[in-house]
Ligand binder design. Structure first.
Ligand code: ATP
Ligand code: ATP
Ligand code: CA
Length: 222
């Protein structure tokens, strides 16, 4: 691949459960993915599913150069448990000038070091999945995403405190600090919510706001 540029391709290091799912999803979405793993068995397992799978040690600058890493605008380091390998791979990709490097971290400490190296996005899949399942398990939330630090969007059954009145009367933003952005009637599709929309107890709603407010809104009102 030499010094060719691959502006729309993603270089993915590590085909574990997280990296493998990420690679497969990106490819399905139409992105070019070049996936790298040091383990020959894993490379073979994925070679039927992914178009470009390469066996290489991503901690080696020579190996990364050989597969043209410096031509990628985006790379993801999806090595978790080997923290040393994760840091070496991320550092080498940054040294080679890859502008956007994402990396998976398994602990806060790991994540902080990745950030200090210059990694642009640190993700914590195990921690995020744990938080998400806690929200779903705890009751009324049917779906929940914290899409930024401290800011969430959730799907839930309409709490009684906002039912039977218009949004202008129920004032969820003033009373609870959340915004109702969507409503689904029992027999309908999701639609937009305006100040004259009335929600009922058998409707599903989408709310967004600071995570503690979304949690309080869902929990406090049966
Ligand atoms: P997951 O939880 O997503 O399954 P993990 O966090 O447990 O993964 P590992 O299993 O340690 O992470 O690593 C993921 C993949 O990265 C493995 O398939 C492993 O072979 C690969 N890998 C580890 N070190 C390197 C390296 N230096 N170069 C390339 N690939 C590597
Ligand atoms: P994660 O990726 O979420 O960190 P994992 O999928 O790699 O976790 P393990 O680390 O193998 O999973 O197991 C998670 C926890 O479950 C460990 O703390 C382990 O001690 C515990 N555990 C494993 N087997 C049992 C068991 N039979 N009974 C109770 N606890 C167990
Ligand atoms: Ca894991």
């Amino acid at each position: 691949m030499g010094r060719d540029r691959h502006p729309n391709a993603v270089l993915l290091i590590g085909l574990g459960r997280f990296g493998g799912t990420l690679a497969e999803t990106l490819q399905r979405m139409g992105h070019d993915v070049v996936a790298v793993d040091a383990n020959r068995v894993i490379v073979q397992e994925w070679s039927g599913t992914l178009t470009h799978v390469v066996e290489a040690d991503a901690t080696s600058e020579a190996a990364l150069r050989q597969l043209g890493a410096e031509g990628f605008d985006r790379a993801v380091v999806a090595i978790g448990t080997g923290i040393e390998a994760s840091l070496l791979a991320a550092g080498t990709l940054l040294d080679l000038g890859v502008p956007e490097v994402w990396a998976k971290a398994i602990t806060r400490q790991h994540g902080r070091i990745l950030e200090r190296l210059g990694v642009s996005h640190v993700v914590y899949p195990e921690r995020d999945a744990g938080e998400r399942v806690a929200h779903l398990l705890s009751g009324r939330l049917l779906d929940f995403i914290e899409f930024d630090k401290g800011f969430a969007i959730a799907k839930l059954r309409a709490p009684r405190s906002v039912c039977g009145q218009t949004m202008a009367e129920a004032l969820p933003r003033r009373r609870f600090g959340v915004t109702v952005v969507g409503v689904k009637r029992p027999d309908g599709e999701f639609g937009a919510v305006g100040s004259d929309t009335v929600v009922n107890q058998d409707d599903l709603i989408i709310v967004t706001g600071p995570t503690p407010e979304v949690e309080r809104f869902a929990a406090a009102t049966a």
